[in-house]
Design a protein around this ligand. Structure first.
Ligand SMILES: *Cc1c(COP(=O)(O)O)cnc(C)c1O
Length: 239
C-alpha cells in the first residue's frame, strides 16, 4: 500500500470507530448513519483511494475544484454531494456530477436546479440548508435559510419538477445563541426535521456533524455526517 493509502485507511478506521461508538452510545444502529467524506481541496487521486477503501459518498463545496475532480473519477461508484454555497450560474456544472445538493437555501436556486434537472432528464436530491444563526434577513452568513423559512422552501422544492426533497442540512453556527453548543444546534435541526416530515415524510435525511462534532450529531439523530479533516488531514489555507 502507498503511504497515502495507508494513512487514509487508518484515518477512515478511526472515523468509523467514532461513528460506531456514537451510535452505540445513542442506542442507534450503525446503519442509521452514513459517512460522507468531504474531499474539498484534496486531489482526485485521494478520491480514488477512498473509493478503493470502500467510501461511497463524497462531498465538495466549490465547483471549480469539484468539476475536474469528479470528471477524473467518473468511473468510480461514488455519489457526489454538493455542500457549498451555490450560485445559480454554477448549477449546470454542479449537476453534471452531483446527485444531491445539500445547500439549497433560496427560491431562485430551487428554480435554477429544477430547470437544469428537467433539461437533463434527471432527478436531483435536495436538502435545505438551515442557518441556525440566521439574522433578521432570515439568512445565514455562510448560506442557509432561517428556521422560519424552511416550510415555504420545502413546499417549493416539493412542487418543482425534477427535484426530490430529501431532508435538512446544517453547519453548527460559530456565532449566535448556538455558538459552542453543537448538540443543542443539532437537536434544533432534528426538531425542524420532525416538523418537516409531518408534511413531507420522505424527506428523512438529516445531515449534520463534521470532524469535530460528529458525536454530537449522531447523538441528536443525524442520518448523515460530513467528515473532511479527520479523514484527509488538515486542509492548507481556506477550504
Ligand atoms: C468542509 C465541510 C465539512 C467538513 O468539515 P471538516 O471539519 O473538515 O470535517 C462539512 N460540511 C461542509 C458544508 C463543509 O464545507
Amino acid at each position: 500500500m502507498s503511504d497515502r493509502r495507508t494513512q487514509l485507511a487508518a484515518n477512515l478506521a478511526k472515523v468509523e470507530d467514532r461513528i460506531a461508538a456514537a451510535c452505540a452510545a445513542a442506542g442507534r444502529a450503525r446503519e442509521e448513519v452514513t459517512l460522507i467524506v468531504v474531499t474539498k481541496t484534496y486531489p482526485a487521486s485521494d478520491v480514488r483511494l477512498l473509493a478503493e477503501l470502500g467510501v461511497r459518498h463524497v462531498a465538495e463545496n466549490r465547483d471549480q475544484d469539484a468539476a475536474p475532480k469528479a470528471a477524473a473519477c467518473s468511473d468510480l461508484p461514488l455519489t457526489w454531494h454538493f455542500v457549498g454555497q451555490l450560485q445559480t450560474n454554477k448549477v449546470r456544472s454542479v449537476l453534471g456530477y452531483a446527485s444531491l445538493v445539500q445547500s439549497v437555501d433560496r427560491a431562485r436556486l430551487v428554480m435554477a436546479l429544477s430547470r437544469e434537472a428537467v433539461r437533463t432528464g434527471r432527478e436531483v436530491g435536495c436538502l435545505l440548508q438551515v442557518a441556525l444563526d440566521a439574522g433578521e434577513s432570515g439568512r445565514g452568513e455562510r448560506g442557509g435559510v432561517g428556521p422560519d423559512g424552511v416550510g415555504e422552501l420545502a413546499a417549493l422544492v416539493e412542487e418543482a419538477p425534477g427535484l426530490r426533497l430529501d431532508g435538512l442540512m446544517t453547519v453548527a453556527p460559530l456565532t449566535g445563541e448556538y455558538a459552542g453548543r453543537q448538540q443543542a444546534a443539532f437537536e434544533r435541526l432534528m426538531d425542524l426535521s420532525t416538523v418537516l416530515r409531518k408534511t413531507h415524510p420522505a424527506a428523512n435525511m438529516v445531515s449534520a456533524g463534521m470532524s469535530t462534532d460528529l458525536e454530537e450529531a449522531v447523538a441528536a439523530g443525524a442520518t448523515h455526517v460530513r467528515v473532511g479533516t479527520a479523514v484527509l488531514g488538515v486542509r492548507p489555507g481556506l477550504g
